[in-house]
Every structure is written in C-alpha cells, then in structure tokens.
Design a protein around this ligand. Structure first.
Ligand code: 6PG
Length: 478
C-alpha cells in the first residue's frame, strides 16, 4: 500500500460521503473507509469518477494509505461512536498525525479528546461543519479548532473545499481545543433563534392578516431581497409555497406542529447558563420547541385556558407587513448580539482568543445561518474588535432604532390578540433591559439580604453591606 492519499474520511454516511467527494472534486487524493464496506463500495461505484479515491476495507489499510502527517477526518454520529473510532485509530497513528472530528460533538468532549491525543503527540481538531448534505458536497462553512500547527497543513485543504463569498473562504482557524465545536454549537443556537423568529413572523402574518401559506411565502420572498436576505428566509418562502401532493393543501398546514431537536440548541442554552450570559433569544427558541412537544400540557391548556383576547383586525395590510419585517430584523440582531456575547465569554473563560469578526465572516456562506447581514457584523468587529455589545455598534443601533416603534407595536398587538411570540417579546425585553439606566435588580439584592444576609453593594460608596433586618435595621459593612 503506497501512502499517497492527502486526506482520509472514515464514516461514509451522507455527510462523510459528501465531504469525501468534495475533497476529491478539489483534486485531493482521498482515502475512504467505513465500518461496513458496502457504503465505501457504493461511494466508489457512484462517485468514483469524480476524483482520486483510495478505498480500504480495514482501518489499518486506510491509515496506511495516507501520506504523513496523516489527516483523518472522522464523520460519525457524535458521542460514543467518535470515541470508538478514535480508539481504533490510535494504535495505527504516529506523532504529528492529525485527527479531525467533523461531527457535531459537544465541546467538553472535544477538550477531553484533544488533551488525550496531545499527550500521545497527535493533533486533534474538533471542527464545526455547517451546511447540511448540500454544503458538505458543494462548500460548507468550516470552523476548525485544535493547534495552530495543525491548521498550517490542514487549513489550506479545508479552505479549498469550503464555501466562498467574494472569493474569501468560509473557513478559518477558530482557536485551541474545543473552540471550533463551541462556535459551531453557538451557530446552531443562533440557527434555533433565527428559525423561531421566522416562525413567529409567519404566525403573526397568518393570524393578523388571515393570509394563506402561499401568500405569506410571497411576503418572505420579497423580504429576501432586502436586509433579511438569508438562506433561512429563502427556504421559508419555498416551504410556504409548497403544496402537499396527497391532499392538495399547503404543505406547512399538514405538518404536525411539534418541533424536535438533536441537542445542540439545548447545549447552547446550558452553556449560556453556566457562563451567565443572557442568550434569551436562543433559550426562548429552544423552550418554544419544548412547548410545542409538550402534548399533555397543550391538550389541557387548549381545553381549559381562555384567551380573553381581541379579534385581530389589521387596518393597513402593507404597514403591518412592514412592522413585522422590522420587528423580525430587530429581534434577529438581538439573537446574534447575544450569541456573539456568549462566544466572547467562552473565549475568555477557556482562553481561546476567538476573533468574532472572523466568525461572522465564515458564516456568510455555506452554513445554515448564512445571511447578507453577517457582513455588517464583520464590519462592526472591524471597527472595534473588543465591542462589548454588538447591538450598540453604530450600524446596528441605527438599524434597530429605525424599527423600534414597529417592534413595540408588533409585540404589544400580539399580546393583546393572544398570539404567542416568545422570541420577539423576549428580544424586545432584552433590548429594554440592556439599555436601562437602572434595573429593579436593586430590589432583588435587598430581598436577598433580607432573607439570607446575602449582602449588597451601594450606589454611593464602595464596600459590601448587610442590614440587620430582624433587629434594629442598622447597616454593617460585611
Ligand atoms: C448545520 C446544522 C446541522 C444541525 C441540524 C439539526 O449547521 O448544518 O446546524 O448541523 O445538526 O440543523 O439540528 P436540530 O436537529 O437540533 O434542529
């Protein structure tokens, strides 16, 4: 066996298969392997003509077919399967080889695996790959972590197969150990928020206008030619105009209204809580999925809870549509602002030094949240790499202020008419919270001190204090 392959892929379900084809189409010699050989054979039969593949039945042959330093991409279901493949690979690899986990791994697992492989002189690159099957084949957004040294030889290959926007690859080095998978996790959290906001906008248009799915689809199509232009808005327009072949009804109307998830949104929210970063848009989106799937509660609620709401009569259709568009844009800015705060907090906590502007740049193409608006985020971090609040960047301040009256109208009318808008409403509440000169948190501190002597700080002088609530109410410095 000559060690001639420049990169290898093990795990040839659709994502791995498409990544392998993408490497081959870019002129790389690709070693391919799968636990059962049938998948490898079908790849060679169906796509073998697309490039130079080196198929192997055994892991040992697969590793032996790779030129050193070997670059092995693992594309299996995140979790135990990844550890099993790593265990099988380890005795076959040599110092300096690079193991790439391209699945949706949970970043603490990546930190653990990186440490274990580094101890054996191997590079472990946990990398986010976004864009689904289509992206894997034709150009995904790629978020690799690991050592900088590994990026020197791996980076150019990943950049070559990534999506390009204005000639710039949607792939860059993210940071050490778990940074790549962390950033992908937040990408997915933002994806949840984006999808929930779009779903709420759809519901508002449906309830407010009594519009059909196809009519709303046309509105989304129009929105896609403006500031909201994005992959998710584009596919929403398409889905809403799709007709179910079996019933002749709008497709969206025959789909069960219970949203599922594979867990990356939940991880994002859990980490937001751990770091104390208010990612309310992502959290509301994740809980909205949970509420949709809470069947017994929904049945009980639907049977027993009155609406006490008005009948929604929209007087000016065009003005209302524009209000919803502006509210969607503003809420979306909040969700991204929060997600980038989470990246900054994690970067500081784990010592990753993640460049947030570069993350926005590599999300412009290939990934699920790709959008015109990400250019604006990159520009904001170019103006100030340490920006404490994306919302407060001059461009976004203006864009959100422009939509503020519309945002308030939409959220208040939704409440008056009994239409649930958790992501729109909580985003507006966050906006008002983060801009407030003074928050009622002062009262929370006073209550905490009252019942638990938890102490408080004062506005007028330094120090930590406690009041003797059950005694003479004198104040002591703690
Ligand atoms: C991507 C997607 C993808 C994710 C799915 C499913 O970037 O290509 O984020 O990685 O797995 O979208 O997510 P849920 O099943 O959790 O909705």
């Amino acid at each position: 066996m000559t060690a001639r392959a420049q990169i290898g892929v093990t795990g040839l379900a659709v994502m791995g298969r498409n990544l392998a084809r993408n490497f081959a189409r870019h002129g790389y010699t690709v070693a391919v392997h799968n636990r059962s050989y049938a998948k490898t054979q079908s790849l060679i039969d169906e796509a073998g003509h697309e490039g130079d593949f080196v198929p192997s039945e055994s892991m040992a042959d697969f590793v032996a077919s790779l030129a050193r330093p070997r670059k092995v991409v693992i594309m299996v279901k995140a979790g135990a399967a990844t550890d099993a493949v790593i265990d099988e690979l380890l005795p076959l690899l040599e110092t300096g080889d690079i193991v790439v986990d391209a699945g949706n791994a949970h970043f603490p697992d990546t930190i653990r695996r990186e440490e274990a492989l580094a101890a054996r002189g191997l590079h472990f690159v946990g990398t986010g790959v976004s864009g689904g099957e289509e992206g894997a084949l034709n150009g995904p957004s790629i978020m690799p972590g690991g050592t900088r040294e590994s990026y020197e030889s791996l980076g150019p290959i990943l950049e070559a197969i990534s999506a390009k926007v204005d000639g710039t690859p949607c792939c860059t080095y993210v940071g050490p150990n778990g940074a790549g998978h962390f950033v992908k996790m937040v990408h997915n959290g933002i994806e949840y928020a984006d999808m929930q906001l779009i779903a709420e906008a759809y519901d508002l248009l449906k309830q407010g206008l009594g519009a059909s799915a196809a009519e709303i689809g046309e509105i989304f199509s129009e929105w896609n030619s403006g500031d909201l232009e994005s992959f998710l808005i584009e596919i929403t327009a398409d889905v809403l105009q799709h007709v179910d072949a079996a019933t002749g009804q709008a497709f969206v109307d025959i789909v069960l209204d219970q949203a599922e998830q594979k867990g990356t949104g939940r991880w994002t929210v859990q980490n937001g809580l751990d770091l104390g970063v208010p990612i309310t848009g992502i959290a509301e989106a994740t809980f909205a999925r949970a509420l949709s799937g809470s069947v017994p509660q929904r049945e009980a609620g639907a049977a027993a809870l009155p609406a006490a709401a008005g009948t929604w009569e929209v007087a000016d259709r065009d003005a209302f549509v524009e209000d919803v568009r502006l509210a969607l844009y503003a809420s979306k800015v909040v969700a991204y602002s929060q997600g980038f705060d989470q990246i900054a907090a994690a970067s500081a906590e784990y010592g990753w030094d993640v460049d947030r502007g570069a993350m926005a740049r590599i999300w412009r193409g290939g990934c699920i949240i790709r959008a015109r608006f990400l250019n604006r985020i990159t520009e904001a971090y170019e103006r100030d790499a340490a920006l404490p609040l994306l919302l407060a960047d001059e461009y976004f301040t203006g864009a959100v202020a422009n939509g503020l009256p519309a945002w308030r109208r939409v959220v208040s009318r939704a409440a008056l008419n009994g239409v649930p808008t958790p992501a729109f409403s909580s985003s507006l509440a966050y906006y008002d919270g983060v801009r407030a000169q003074r928050l009622p948190a002062a009262l929370i501190q006073a209550q905490r001190d009252f019942f638990g002597a938890h102490t408080y700080r004062r506005t007028d002088r330094d120090g930590v204090f406690h009041t003797e609530w059950s005694g003479d109410r004198t104040e002591q410095e703690a």
